[in-house]
Write a new protein. Sequence first.
Length: 364
Amino acid sequence: MKIERINENQIRCTLSNFDLSVRNVNLNELAYGSEKARNLFREMIQCATREVGFEAEDIPLMVEAIPMANDSVMLIITKIEDPEELDTRFSKFSAADEDDDPSVGNLTAELLDGADALLSLLGSQNPGQGEGAKAAPAVSDKNAQAQKAAKGDKKYLREVEVFSALKDWLNDGNSARSFDCDEDDAAIIAAAELLSLKPIIYAANLDEEGFADCHANAYYKVVEELAAKEGAQVIPVCAKLEAEIAELDGEEKKMFLDDLGIAESGLDRLIKASYALLGLISFLTSGEDECRAWTIKRGTKAPQAAGKIHTDFERGFIRAEVVNFDDLMACGSMNAAKEKGLVRSEGKEYVMKDGDIVLFRFNV
């Protein structure tokens, strides 16, 4: 939950999908003013009072809901000095009960009237719709195209079946990446280029205490559950520790990580996980002036890897002289690696490996 002071009478509160999930509140409940939504609103006002000095006791408030990406929502909360100025479109959010926190008092919140208005803003007409609902129009278009094509060619009937099933799946609030299908159907779905089909990694930012034993952290467990439903990976990080690590040099960084009992920083782990998820590797080239890493798809052959540097390298490829990074570091120099027979000469069919250090021989 992020709260910002806009001016004396107005604040902006941004609620992420995670903020809503932790409190077990969905967007529809914000519109209809459920008990959980009222509790969330009181929590927002308490945080606003504590963090930015926004005093709202016994003051009518107007709340505007603005939908954002990834099922998050921005709430603009404005003090209304003259209640008569309120448009009839707004209705009472509900005053706090006598047993509620006295700091909230008889707080009156004004919400967009009619759940339909807010639901329309949030782009959802069915309870529980989330990321999948945003993708449904694209699926509907593909489904319509497939139905039209199927009238002339029966081979498109399978596309109609797949996109119809996928549309129902998305409209239930699921993501396309969690849709169970075989490789052939996955190829059909890929044509829709859905955002919710993209692979994801959850980076869970924890404080130092929570990072030390993340699996015992309640918030981390919520993220793990969300990721498990998607078949996704969770990388625990501590932004405060990462900021300190970034200030350290090589040996100091190693000592700091050793004291923490971790092998590598959260940033390094996140980069490696991202590369693995996207099927990417790196090879290196080294010269007198610089050493540079080049990113390629896993399974790329030597000539195509050479083409990443320059098209002439691929066009005139002769061979690649390759040594593994760890082997070179152990030997100390390229000459020493050659003396030990660790530098190999590879041809056009060589499949590049992560961490290869390469000298390409070519002729144009």
